[in-house]
Structure formats: C-alpha cells, structure tokens
Design a protein. Structure first.
Length: 712
C-alpha cells in the first residue's frame, strides 16, 4: 500500500530471494510481466500481488511451490491474454496440498475451467475467487466433488454457460456463492438446500427459469440475490420460513406471481428488499411494518393495489421507497412526511392516489419525490402546480373525557399505542408494570423512576415515567421534556407517546461490558441524535444532561437518547437584523462530576492541578492505550474470536496470524486515538470558542469506525 512504481527483477527467485516465504506487494504500481523465477521458489507460502499493473500471462511453472498457502493476483486488469489463449493453465500447475486461497478476480484471464482444476492437491482449498474475468464454458461438477472444503466460490462477471451441477450440494461448508452476470441457465438445483451454512447466494442476471427449490435448510442465509432471471414461482415458494436473519432480498426483474406473503414480517433484520418488475398483486400486508430495520424497499412495476399500510409509519429508518407503476389508491398518508429524518427518495408515480398532498418532510423538496401519473391529487408545494384542494366543511366532532378519543371510534380497531396517543389510566399502568415492581424498573432519576411496561398484549414494550410530585421541579421537568420532544423525530431519540408513556422499542440500560466496536457504534448513534437536535431542528435543542444512564439500547444495540427534562431551546441568529433574538442563556445543568466507568474525577491520580481532561489530552501524546479500560479490549478480543469462528472463511498459519495481529493492533490504537481526540476536543474549557461542533465530532467518529473496520 505505497506508491512504488517498478518492475520485478526477472531473476528475483534465483538471485535475490531464493528462500522467500512471504511476499506482500499489493496496492502499488508494479508493472510488466510476472517473472517466471518468482513462481519457482519452493519455500514460498504466501504471495500477494493484487492491485498492481502486471501484464501478460501468469507463469505455469508452479510445481515446486508445494508450501503455497495463498495466491493473490486480483485487480491486475491487464493480467492475461484478453481472450486469445487459455490463461488458467497456471492453476493446473500448482502442486500444493496446503493451498487455501486463490484470488484472481478482475483481471483479463480467459479460457475454461478445466476438470484438472479439481486436482487432488486442492483438497484443502477454501477460497476460489475468479470473478471479473473472461472465463467461458461450463462449471465442471468435479469442482464440487473434489473441493469439499470450499467456503467461498466466486465466479461472477464471466461468460459461463450451462447449468449449475447438482453436485453443488456436496459443498457442506460453502458460505458464499456468487455466480452473477454470466449466461447460466436451467433450473436452480434442488441440492442447493443442502448448503446449511450458506450466507450469500448471488445468482443475479443469468437465465435461470422455473420455480424455486425448497430452501428451508438455508438457516444462515443473509442475502438472497435472484434478479434479472426468468423465475416464475410465487413469493410464498421463495421465502424460507427459517430465514430470520435475512438482510437483503433481491428478486426484481423476474416473473414472480402471487402476493407479498404476510410472513415477510418475520424478517425483522431485513434492510433491503426489491421485488420490482414482476407480476405481483394484492394488498401490501400490514406485517411489513414489523421490518423495523428496513432501509430500501422497491415494489415498482407490479399490480399491487389498496392503500399504503399504516404500519409503514414504524419504518423510521427507511431511506428509499419506490411504489411506482402499480394500482395503489387512496390518500397519500401524512405519516410519510414524518419520515423526513431518514427518507431520501420517494416514488409514487403512476398509481391512483387522490386527495391532498402532504407538504412537510420530504414533500417540501420536489426533487426528492415523484407523483407523476396521479391525476386526482391536489394542493402540495407550488412547484408541483397541482390544483387547489376543495374546501370541505366538516361537522365538529364530539370527544369523550375518558381517554381523549373521538366519539364513535371503534375501540376494537386500535392496534398500537403508537397510532393513537391516548390517555392511559393509572390502573392500566399499575397492571402493565406489575404494580411498579422493582423487577420492571429501568432506572431512577432526579424527578422520578422509569419502568418497563406492556400496556396491551401484543403491543411493543414502552417506558413509563413516574414523577415524584413531592419535588415541585418534577412537573416542570416533564413538561420541558414534552416540549422538547413533541416535534422531533430521529431513530436515535426516544419519543413521547402520551402524557406518561415513552416509546422504547424494548430499550434497556447498558449493564454489561461491551467491546470497542459496540461502544463506538453507540457513540455514533448518540452523536447522530445530537447532530439532529443541534443542526437539523427548526429550533436547536440542547440536551443538558447527556450521560450513559440517559442512553437506552434496544435489542439490536441501537442507542436512543432520552430524558429531556433539562433540555433547552436556542434561538437561531436573526438573518434580517444580523442579531440574535433571544438566545437561551442558562447556567450549567445536569449531573455534576459524572464520569463513566474508568477513571473517576476524584481519583488520587488527579492531584496538583491535573484533572480528567488534561489526563486524556496528555495521553494523546504519551499513549492512549494506557488510559483505556482494559475490559474494553478484552471484550474486543472475545468478539473477534467469535467472529473468526463463525464467519472467517480461511484459517491462516501462524506467521499470517502474527502479521495480521500486528496490523490490526496498530489500526486499533489509531482508532482509539481518534476517539479520545474527539472526547478531548468536545470537553475543552470554553464551549463556544474551543469545542468541536457535534457535526464534526460525528464525522470523526464515523471515520474512526471505518478505520477500525479496515483493520478487522
């Protein structure tokens, strides 16, 4: 990973490095042909030449490399003969019984996959990555028979033809299968159901046809990619009942029929689903609203009908929604404008929507949404040039005093507290919290206690805040919280449901030691919430009491900022006069002297003018690893070991483990340094002139996360 520009000496394996064991020169600018002598070094174990500019054919004299463990040639886009010869001959010349990894993607390798590729010496091969080349012909079944330890087979973006052999079901350890962008055809083999460890199945843009085989055993599946084929099953036949961990489903551009099954609500971790351009029909099941992790949803180009389900209001993380070219009808739901903190693209074109257009949230930006082909809409922002909506006089609705609900409302139709914001009686709260039992206690603050409760069977858990009315400040604090939260919506903020209920999505306090990666994710969640409060609200809000006990975590470890009892509004600068109208000037508030587990501000080490801020600032120059709670790194090691056991695709030898560990350790320390630096700059003595803004702090934390992930 430097900027080295050079050729490799032709006699590198004879004169320069005859005893070479490992060579890593990836991500440079080496060019020219690969020296034949390099591939004749008998001691060579690991050879990584990826991401350079090597040209010509790969030497096929690898018979002496009997200790070769890894061969990396990927992203040398002129390596090969550009379709004029058999460039894969070098694979047949390898004679190593310990070979684990072959990476030669995104080159110009041509030829066919010979049966000899499944040489007896490859029985330990775990990764075969040849995507992005010019490989043609069929996939020999011998690969699946004689390479039983394959965990990753990537042959995408080539010119392969024919069927997928039934023998693929013999790859019991396979976790990644990518064959997208080829000319494969026939039916998907039924033996694919034997791949119980398969996590990624990518068959995009081939010519597969017919129905989908039984996939009930694919319990580890995270991504299902079938777009751009000729499949004609129903979605009930596609979705496996055991895919509870499914993250992405790409089924677009096929001939799928039937409706969207209600079981789709079982995929609670689903992030991306695309079923566009099929022959699907019926109404969208309300259960889709249970997919709270959903970020992208495309139903475009089908025959779906009915209205947009009210449960879509729960999809607070949705960034992309395309419902165009269907038969949807009714009014455009007003709750879509409440998704403004997440929704970036909305396409409702060519349906039968009618009535008044929303004017807030995403509907304020004409370039972010489309409503073409809906001729019965009215109102909206001026850029839409829609006719004005008719004024309809409505009779005044009577209300009852019991729950604040409209008279005539059918109480049996209520399905969620989130939709109705009704008043709840003390008796119901008493029952829901088991008599405000300590077992249901979430925590205790200055002005009261918080309890976990389930108001109605089948609804989501909520948090009940019970105020201590003996303290006259309690009521004032709660009203301040209501005022602060009534018009803000963000995935990392709690929201008020009614006069004494807060939505928690099963939040709970952080009561366990967490790894660095999880703590960093929590910090990013909190920073995102503060950035929203400071910079994206119409009137900026300052929390004034941010501390770990006011950060709640849901079951997916997503952080939510709560307890706005001390929050304050700030007035923005008056753009007309150039002066500030009524900037809120308030004295320091919140929990004085609170510091998370680690060093306390009263620690005996903080003497002679040394305090916590200086302590951390000094550590930036003398070594941040000395001030980190050792439990953080212990849990990081445990998490890394678990990840290696569950998801790692190869088992490296001792030298590679040591090299990798040193690399990861350096990146980890660099990541921690970045985090401590953010903490130091956010706690400078002068809030206005010296402290880092939250937007910049968020950027730095995200950058630290990317740095950390690159080391793992």
């Amino acid at each position: 990973m430097n900027q080295i520009v050079d050729r490799l000496p032709s006699d590198i394996g004879r004169t320069f490095l005859p005893n070479l064991r490992e060579l890593f020169i990836g991500e440079n600018h080496f060019f020219g042909p690969l020296p034949s002598s390099l591939f004749n070094i008998s001691t060579l174990e690991m050879l990584e030449l990826s991401r350079n500019g090597f040209t010509g054919k790969v030497p096929d004299n690898m018979g002496n490399m009997q200790k070769l463990y890894l061969l990396g040639l990927s992203f040398n886009n002129q390596l090969g003969s550009s379709g004029h010869a058999d460039d894969l001959k070098f694979l047949s010349s390898i004679n190593s019984t310990v070979l684990r990894v072959i990476q030669a993607s995104d080159c110009q390798l041509s030829g066919i996959l010979h049966k000899s590729l499944a040489n007896i010496s490859f029985t330990q091969l775990e990764k075969l990555i040849l995507s992005g080349n010019q490989i043609s012909g069929t996939i020999p079944s011998e690969i699946f028979i004689k390479l039983p330890n394959l965990t990753r087979l990537q042959l995408s973006d080539n010119f392969l033809t024919g069927n997928i052999p039934q023998d693929i079901g013999k790859l019991n350890n396979l976790r990644v299968l990518t064959l997208r962008n080829n000319n494969l055809s026939g039916q998907i083999p039924s033996s694919i159901n034997n791949l119980a460890r398969l996590m990624y199945l990518e068959l995009h843009h081939n010519n597969f046809e017919g129905v989908i085989p039984n996939t009930s055993n694919l319990q580890s599946l995270l991504e299902l990619g079938l777009p751009g084929n000729k499949l004609n099953a129903t979605l009930e036949q596609v979705f496996g009942e055991t895919w509870h961990g499914l993250l992405a489903a790409y089924l677009d551009d096929n001939s799928f029929t039937g409706s969207l099954p209600v079981e789709v609500g079982n995929f609670e971790h689903l992030v991306d689903m695309d079923v566009s351009n099929n022959y699907l029909e019926g109404e969208i099941p309300n259960t889709l609203g249970k997919c709270l992790s959903l970020q992208r949803l495309s139903l475009m180009g089908n025959s779906f009908r009915g209205s947009i389900p009210p449960s879509f209001s729960s999809l607070q993380g949705l960034t992309f929604l395309d419902l165009s070219r269907n038969n949807f009808s009714g009014e455009i739901p007003m709750f879509l404008q409440n998704l403004s903190s997440s929704l970036e693209y909305l396409n409702l074109s060519f349906n039968n929507f009618e009535g008044a257009m929303p004017t807030q949230g995403i509907f304020q930006n004409a370039s972010a949404f489309s409503i073409l082909g809906n001729n019965k809409l009215c109102g909206g922002i001026s850029e839409l040039q829609l006719p004005a909506c008719p004024i309809i006089k409505q009779k005044r609705l009577e209300t009852s005093n019991l729950f604040g609900t409209k008279s005539g409302t059918d109480e049996t139709q209520k399905t969620s507290l989130y939709d109705h914001y009704e008043r709840v009686s003390f008796l119901e709260l008493h029952r829901a919290t088991d008599g405000f039992s300590p077992a249901n206690s979430i925590g205790t603050g200055h002005f009261g206690s918080v309890f976990k409760a389930i108001i109605c069977e089948g609804t989501e858990p909520v948090a009940v805040k019970v105020l201590n009315m003996i303290d006259h400040k309690a009521s004032k604090s709660f009203m301040a919280e209501c005022e602060a939260l009534r018009n803000v919506r963000h995935r990392n903020l709690m929201k008020i449901l009614t006069r004494s209920l807060l939505s928690t999505d099963d939040e709970r306090y952080l009561t366990e030691n967490l790894s660095l990666s999880r703590r960093l994710n929590i910090a990013i969640d909190v920073a995102s919430a503060l950035d929203y409060l400071h910079n994206q609200c119409e009137t900026p809000i300052v929390h004034c009491d941010l501390k770990p006990s006011n950060i709640l975590l849901d079951e997916d470890m997503v952080a939510h900022v709560g307890d706005f009892g001390l929050a304050k509004f700030l007035q923005r600068k008056n753009s007309n006069s150039g002066t500030t109208d009524t900037t809120s000037s308030f004295s320091p508030r919140g929990t004085i002297g609170y510091i998370p587990p680690g060093k306390r501000p009263t620690d005996e080490e903080f003497e002679d003018g040394l305090y916590l801020h200086q302590f951390c600032k000094i550590a930036l120059h003398k070594g941040v690893m000395k001030i980190i709670d050792p439990r953080v790194l212990e849990h990081e090691e445990e998490e890394e070991e678990e990840a290696n056991d569950d998801h790692r695709d190869i088992h490296v030898n001792n030298s590679e483990i040591q090299r990798s560990t040193r690399h990861e350790s350096g990146k980890t320390e660099e990541c921690i340094t970045s985090i401590i630096k953010v903490g130091v700059e956010c706690s400078m003595p002068s809030p206005i002139s010296e402290r880092m803004g939250i937007k910049d702090a968020l950027k730095e934390l995200v950058a630290a996360k990317k740095l950390y992930e690159s080391a793992r």
